[in-house]
Structures are given as structure tokens and as C-alpha cells.
Design a protein around this ligand. Structure first.
Ligand code: G6P
Length: 564
């Protein structure tokens, strides 16, 4: 075997204009990475170049992903480039798989300067699906806007990248591998790890595992159904919920990560996790949960498939926050939600006199508040919730939070939800997604809409549908000034707020791989009518939203691709 030091090469390349690191990183169809020369290399070099050389030299970086097609190929390139860029140690999930919350946990635990996450989260996988590359920084959370902009700037002028093409890593075998590089004094090391234990340990310090075990496998235990949707959450669900907390093995399904997620979209909502909802309909299970492809998102269902909307989920957790021992110790510093998320959480914040922050979508905004000690619990309508134990949305954490509430209150999901609405009233919420819209059409629609709704004459305008009358109270393009570093983030969605507090919001998704996804978020508050059908309740506002935007006329669509 040749044991001479590995060669470090500098390879000339040409920039691409479109390598913007959005809230979910850079997401493209797999074939973009396969067919565009050095598309992957350029972006990875831009990430490494965005880190000051002094910080990068000898540093630790985490790497892992959701197990989708092409991830391992990409990880092998990342290893070769990390070595050539002066990184001292890479910690990688075995087979390249690690859930996003576990990576966030491990970045913090290993004092890494950051992590590269290979995930397109809820977007489809397989050879015809998407691939995503996300850079998380030393706090464990997604890159801030400033870091994302820096990566983008570098990618637009990149001329060369560094790589050790001879370095071949073994991603299958647990343990340490060392490589000697030319011109380097210290060897470059790669550690292949099983992250489940570290992550489980974090959760053990947050929740009362004995109480959860009693709930899930004690004498009068509840029965649960957990669907990992063939994503990265599977191994964690198996080991923590089944292995340690005693759920029967057959209560966890789709726990083997697959490169194409079994042909399904790993998005935990009633459309894509329909199997879970179906299996719960007959009342066999008391609690159900589905997890997104990289284990960050979650959906909670009660008996007979009772749906808990994500906006309600975070509000219920907030109202019962002291059922979670971690918060008994840390206290509660603040609550936050993304702007499109319904205001159910605001009502809890008001009642408990806890500060409430309204941020743009993307966990980086929450991370900034958490780092400053201003935030303990947050959530997004896009099926995300989490605490300040890490800096990512955390599906398993949210499920254990719900189970902790059930264990403490000895109530069903249905009773907990009903009680919540009785106490606070109900925020009905829905989101319409129009996917794969031509980007120019979508941008033009948003530009025209902004002109319409920000015109002075728009405020006080009235819209009547059937017997409902709505008067515009406020309309704007949402912008956010981070209270910690004062950075301003603009163009985060167009809001129409009516005099009764109902809202219509238009926004382009930041995480889609194909064309543009126009999202319309609709919510309204009801104090008395608590058990109505969401779509029926929100139908008049949906009609108004489509009328103002002329969305169907502009796109030729007759309805949304997805309703959540
Ligand atoms: C992912 C991210 C979230 C983000 C969400 C919605 O789940 O982790 O932080 O807010 O996607 O993104 P989108 O731009 O598609 O609405």
C-alpha cells in the first residue's frame, strides 16, 4: 500500500450565479449537482472560504444528512475538500446519516466550528428528487443571513477550489481514520460516529424518562404509532422510544432510512403522512406522530387521527411548559414563532407575561435570540417546534414534549387541545401551497401584490364574502430587525391584517427545489366556535386571498398543490 502523503490540489473553476444559501441551505434537483461541472465543489469551497482561515485551521466540522440519494457521493467530496482546506477533524454520521437535531447537538458537544448537513428536509428524494446542502455554524444553528450572504458572494466570484482527490474515506465503519497530507504537520482525522447515544443523552437531561416510560409501557400505558417516513429519524425513534422508553417495536414504522424515502415525500403532514392518519382512524392508537426526512419536523395526531396544527402544537407546549423538567430548571426566557404561524402562541405569552418574538421563517432567527438568552421555546407553522437545548427544530423533542404533557396531566391529546381552546379561544389556520410555479410569474405576482396592498387606499378597504365582511386594518411587506444584533431582514412575506385580527399572508417558499412555491397562509381567531372544520371556517378568507392576488388567473392553476 502506498503510504506517501496525500496530494492537495488546487483546481480551476468558474462561478455559478445561483448558489444562494437560503433558510434551508442550497437546494437543487440532484441532476444539477450531477451534471453541472463542479457545482458541488464550488458551493463547498464557498462554505469553507467563508470561515476565517485561523478558525478553520485544525478545526472540527460535523457532517451528516438525511440519507437521501447522492448524499454519500457528496460527503466523499466534502471530506476531500475539508482536508485540503485545513480542517483538522471531521465527525461524520455512520453511513453519512444523522438527523438535523442530532447534528445541532453534536456541533455544540464537539465544539465544532460548524456542520455541513446534507438534507433537502421535506423535499422528495431519489435520483429524480432534490439534494440540499446546509451550513450550520458553531452555535449549532443554520447560518445567519450575514454568513449566508458571504457564502453567496464568494460563490459568485470563485475561481478555484482545493481538494485531496486521493483521499478515500470509509463511511461505514465506526471509529477513527487518519490521513497524512503533504505539507501538513498533523494528520487529518475522520471519526465515524453513531450519534444516537449523544442525542439520547441530551433528551434524558431534558425530560423525565421514568415518567415517559410509565406512560408508554407501564401498567395502563397508552398505545402509539410513530412514522419516521424512511428518513433519518428512524434510528433515533427505534432506540429512544422503543428501546429505552418501551414502545412496542411494531409501533414504530418506516424506520429504515431509504435513499428515496420509499418514493414518498418525507413531509409530515396529513397529505404525505396519510398512512399514519389512516392507521389511526379506527381508534387503535392514542397518540401518533410522523417525522420529516431529516428528523426536524413533526406532526402530532390524537386518537382517531385528531390533527394538532403546528401553530397549536407550540402554543400547547408553551402553556404546559413546566411539564418538561428542563424548563423547571432554566425558567422560561421567551417564546417565538415565525410570522406566518398563527397567533395561538401569542395568547399564551400574553397570559403568562412572557415575551413573544415574531420572526421571519428560518431557525437562524430563533438561534440568535436563544444565544442571547432571550428565548426558550419556539415554533413554526411548517411543522417545527423546539427549545433552546439545540439550535434546530427538533421533531423527537416535540413528541416527547407532548408525551410529557400527557403523562403529567393524564389526559388525551383531544382533551388537552379542547382545554386549550376553551381557555384561549382557537386560531384556525391553513396554508395553501402552489408548487412548481414559473419563477418569473411568481415574482411578478408578488411585486404587483406588494404595490396593491401597500397603496394607501388599500387600508380600510372592505371585502365581503357571503355573510362575512372583512375590513383591512394593516397591510405591509414583513421585515424584521433582530433585537440582538439589529440586522434588518426585508421582504419576508406580504401581510394583510383585518380589523378582527384575521390575516392573509403571501410568501414565496425559501426551501423548494423546483420553480417557485407560492404559499398563502390564512388564519382567524374564534372565541366561541371551537369545533368547526378549518377549511369551512377559512373559506371566505381564502376566496378573498385568491381574488386580491388573481393567483389562479396568473398561474393557470385551479387549486393548490397542497393544503396543510
Ligand atoms: C424548514 C426549515 C425551517 C423553515 C421551513 C419553511 O423546515 O428548517 O426553519 O422555516 O423549512 O420553509 P419555507 O421557506 O419552505 O416556508
Amino acid at each position: 500500500m502506498d503510504d506517501s502523503p496525500l496530494q492537495v490540489l488546487t483546481v480551476a473553476t468558474a462561478p455559478y450565479p445561483d448558489q444562494r444559501h437560503g433558510s434551508g441551505g442550497l437546494r437543487r434537483m440532484v441532476n444539477v449537482f450531477q451534471t453541472r461541472k463542479h457545482y458541488l465543489h464550488n458551493f463547498i469551497q464557498s462554505i469553507f472560504s467563508s470561515i476565517d482561515l485561523r478558525d478553520r485551521q485544525g478545526s472540527t466540522v460535523m457532517v451528516g444528512g438525511d440519507g437521501r440519494f447522492f448524499n454519500q457521493t457528496a460527503i466523499r467530496v466534502i471530506v476531500q475538500m475539508a482536508a485540503a482546506n485545513g480542517v483538522g477533524r471531521l465527525v461524520i454520521g455512520q453511513h453519512g446519516i444523522m438527523s438535523t437535531p442530532a447534528i445541532s447537538c453534536m456541533i455544540r458537544k464537539c465544539k465544532a466550528i460548524g456542520g455541513i448537513i446534507l438534507t433537502a428536509s421535506h423535499d422528495p428524494g431519489g435520483p429524480n428528487g432534490g439534494l440540499g446542502i446546509k451550513f450550520n455554524t458553531a452555535n449549532g444553528g443554520p447560518a445567519s443571513e450575514a454568513v449566508a450572504n458571504k457564502i453567496h458572494q464568494i460563490s459568485r466570484t470563485i475561481e478555484e477550489f482545493a481538494i485531496c482527490p486521493g483521499l478515500q474515506v470509509d463511511l461505514m465503519t465506526l471509529g477513527r481514520q487518519t490521513f497524512d497530507l503533504e505539507n501538513k504537520f498533523k494528520p487529518f482525522t475522520v471519526e465515524i460516529v453513531d450519534s444516537v447515544e449523544s442525542y439520547a443523552n441530551l433528551l434524558r437531561n431534558i425530560f423525565d424518562f421514568a415518567a415517559l416510560k410509565e406512560l408508554l409501557s407501564g401498567e395502563s400505558h397508552i398505545s402509539v404509532r410513530l412514522d419516521a417516513m424512511h428518513g433519518a429519524a428512524g434510528p433515533y425513534v427505534r432506540r429512544i422510544l422503543c428501546g429505552e422508553l418501551g414502545c412496542p417495536a411494531n409501533s414504530a414504522v418506516n424506520c429504515v432510512p431509504l435513499e428515496d424515502f420509499g418514493g414518498q415525500r418525507p413531509d409530515p403532514n396529513l397529505t404525505y403522512a396519510a398512512d399514519l392518519a389512516d392507521s389511526m382512524r379506527d381508534g387503535q392508537f392514542d397518540f401518533g406522530a410522523a417525522f420529516g426526512g431529516d428528523g426536524d419536523r413533526h406532526m402530532v395526531l390524537g386518537k382517531h387521527g385528531l390533527y394538532v396544527s403546528p401553530s397549536d402544537s407550540v402554543a400547547v407546549i408553551a402553556d404546559n411548559i413546566f411539564c418538561i423538567p428542563y424548563f423547571q430548571h432554566t425558567g422560561v426566557r421567551g417564546f417565538a414563532r415565525s410570522m406566518p404561524t398563527s397567533a395561538a402562541l401569542d395568547r399564551v405569552a400574553k397570559a403568562t407575561k412572557i415575551e413573544l418574538y415574531e420572526t421571519p421563517p428560518g431557525w437562524n432567527f430563533f438561534g440568535s435570540l436563544m444565544d442571547a438568552g432571550k428565548l426558550s421555546l419556539c415554533g413554526e407553522e411548517s411543522f417545527g417546534a423546539g427549545g433552546d437545548h439545540i439550535r434546530e427544530t427538533d421533531g423527537l423533542w416535540a413528541v416527547l414534549a407532548w408525551l410529557s404533557i400527557m403523562a403529567t396531566r393524564r389526559q388525551s391529546v383531544q382533551d388537552i387541545l379542547k382545554d386549550h381552546w376553551l381557555k384561549y379561544g382557537r386560531n384556525y389556520f391553513t396554508r395553501y401551497d402552489y408548487e412548481s410555479i414559473d419563477i418569473d410569474t411568481a415574482c411578478e405576482m408578488m411585486e404587483d401584490l406588494e404595490i396593491i396592498i401597500t397603496d394607501k387606499s388599500f387600508v380600510k378597504q372592505r371585502f365581503a364574502v357571503e355573510d362575512k365582511l372583512y375590513q383591512v386594518e394593516k397591510a405591509d411587506s414583513f421585515e424584521y430587525t433582530d433585537p440582538v444584533n439589529s440586522s434588518l431582514t426585508r421582504n419576508q412575506g406580504l401581510r394583510i391584517i383585518f380589523s378582527d385580527g384575521s390575516r392573509i399572508i403571501y410568501r414565496l417558499s425559501g426551501t423548494r427545489i423546483n420553480g417557485a412555491t407560492v404559499q398563502i397562509y390564512i388564519d382567524s381567531y374564534e372565541k366561541e366556535r371551537l369545533s368547526e372544520d378549518t377549511q369551512v371556517m377559512l373559506a371566505p378568507l381564502a376566496t378573498i386571498a385568491l381574488k386580491i392576488s388573481k393567483l389562479h388567473h396568473r398561474t393557470g392553476r385551479s387549486g393548490p398543490s397542497l393544503i396543510t
